[in-house]
Design a binder for this molecule. Structure first.
Ligand code: IDC
Length: 485
């Protein structure tokens, strides 16, 4: 049908909706196929005369760069015909039209536009098409079709409705969850209930087996209302005296903390904190049991995000992917629309800490929708080359910084505030969500509270904070700008 390169044709078949990056389980794709984030906006305007019209079409690429494109649309009236066209080659089959790039306008960078057009004829009515596809993906960027000048006098104008019925009603509360609702992955972003990219900023617990006394009404009130955090990550270690020693007890503790976050309008990130051993497969059966339980319990909530393997290490990406493709269906069976985050190779460094890079994930993404990938860093240890790889990956993959420290990779030592600020500026710019390690009073540099804080009742304000805690509170408590339309 077209001369689009093979890999785009596969994308046409695979990508269901705008920005679909990960594939539905039913679509079999060759493992090495890179999926580009897609998206488009089309403006179609006409001017007409008796029996004829000129159409001017602007195509804007909202996804990854494309090299070769085909625009598809259908005429609403069977009598409409494409005549002489320009800047594209047109084909019409019944009312279905395709316009394919010509040699000089096939490459469209992200955000780039191109204009094409044609003269047409019509015999019946001449309404404009309103739905378009680009390389098979439905364009959901807003369009501004103009109606052609009427050939008969227009009917009397009806007054505009006073309150247009929005598909998603405006928020009724002011908490992060009240505003953003159920989240979903769109393209390489995390989007809210209005389909708009957002960034969540928050804190991670320390191991809940060691610091249970740090998570109580007063500390969570401070996190929600003094820090204005959007996100509370619940780090449930599996080894190191964690889940494996008491599955029921730890499941209950996680459930309780999810409820606490929910009461305060924060997103809860359930972290299955695997670390040693680094092969997540070691904990596969535990993960299935745990996630079946917590996803059943929280299925009706709209604020729960699942992180299925904290930091795989010493294993291949294909092993991690295989683990993910066994755990995700367990969650989806109970909670089909929840976002799931998959750890990446080498302590969730996208492979960088073991000499790799993001290409292995880009070329072989997890075969499930609504999935994001974890990236972790410790600002005093991980700098420009890690930042560059995250930025490169984030153009293609939905990334979530589920854990980072202001200190070195041991979790201790002094805070590197310069590197931390550079990192957070990058995450803000790319709208990458993050959780800081840790909201605890452990005597180590990464802890936000001074030692002994969790024995008292004061968590709000700065008097209880470490250098890292003061810095993080300042970053997190600045107002969010969540789009609501
Ligand atoms: C560290 C804690 C430390 C604890 C250790 C136990 O800060 O108090 O003794 O775990 O394993 C990670 C891990 C996270 C580490 C953290 C700092 O996800 O568990 O916490 N870190 O070393 N990845 C990179 C750094």
């Amino acid at each position: 049908m077209t001369n689009i390169p093979r890999r785009y044709r596969r994308q046409v078949a695979a990508a269901g909706a705008i920005g679909a990056l990960a594939l539905g389980a039913s679509v079999a794709l060759p493992a090495a196929d890179a999926m580009a984030a897609t998206g488009c906006q089309v403006t179609y305007t006409t001017s007409s005369w008796t029996g004829g019209f000129t159409a001017a079409i602007t195509i804007k690429n909202l996804g990854d760069a494309v090299n070769g494109w085909t625009l598809g649309f259908s005429f609403p009236d069977a009598g409409q015909r494409v005549g002489q066209g320009w800047s594209a080659s047109y084909q019409q089959n019944g009312s279905a039209v395709t316009a394919q790039n010509v040699s000089w306008n096939g490459t469209l960078a992200t955000g780039a536009s191109t204009s094409i057009g044609f003269n047409g004829t019509f015999t019946g009515g001449n309404p404009n098409p309103t739905a378009f596809t680009l390389n098979g993906t439905v364009c959901t960027g807003s369009t501004t079709p103009s109606t052609p000048p009427p050939t008969t006098p227009p009917p009397p104008a009806t007054p505009p409705p006073t309150t247009p019925p929005p598909t998603t009603p405006p928020p009724t509360g002011t908490t992060p969850v009240a505003i953003n609702g159920q989240l979903r992955v769109c393209g390489a972003n995390l989007c809210n209930q209005y389909g708009k990219p957002i960034q969540l900023r928050g804190m991670s617990t320390h191991g809940i087996q060691w610091f249970p006394h740090c998570y109580n009404d007063a500390s969570l009130d401070a996190l929600a209302r003094d820090w204005n955090a959007d996100l509370f990550r619940i780090a449930m270690y599996v080894q190191e005296d964690g889940y494996e020693t008491d599955p029921t007890g730890f499941t209950n503790r996680v459930n309780t903390l999810v409820e606490e976050a929910t009461e305060r309008g924060m997103y809860a990130l359930i972290d299955f904190h695997t670390l040693t051993p680094g092969d997540p497969t070691f904990n596969l059966e535990r993960a299935k049991t745990f996630f079946a339980a917590v996803s059943a319990r929280h299925a009706a909530k709209n604020n729960v995000i699942y992180e299925i393997a904290n930091e795989p290490n010493g294993v291949s990406w294909s092993t991690i992917k295989n683990y993910a493709e066994q755990v995700i269906p367990v969650i989806r069976a109970n909670d089909p629309d929840a976002v799931v985050i998959v750890g990446t190779r080498a302590w969730s460094s996208l492979g960088v800490s073991e000499g790799g890079n993001a290409t292995e994930v880009i070329n072989n993404p997890v075969n499930a929708g609504n999935v994001m990938y974890a990236f972790h860093f410790y600002a005093a240890s991980h700098k420009d080359n890690y930042r560059a790889e995250l930025e490169r990956a984030a153009a293609r993959l939905p990334m979530f910084v589920t854990e980072f420290g202001t200190v070195d990779y041991t979790g201790d030592g002094g805070a590197d505030l310069a590197s931390s600020a550079t990192w957070l500026d990058l995450l803000d710019r790319l709208k990458i969500s993050y959780a800081n390690w840790t909201y605890s009073d452990k005597a180590e540099g990464s802890a936000a509270f001074r030692p002994g804080t969790c024995n008292g009742n004061t968590y709000a304000g700065t008097s209880v904070l470490t250098e890292s805690g003061t810095f993080m509170r300042n970053r997190i408590r600045t107002p969010d700008t969540f789009p609501t339309s």
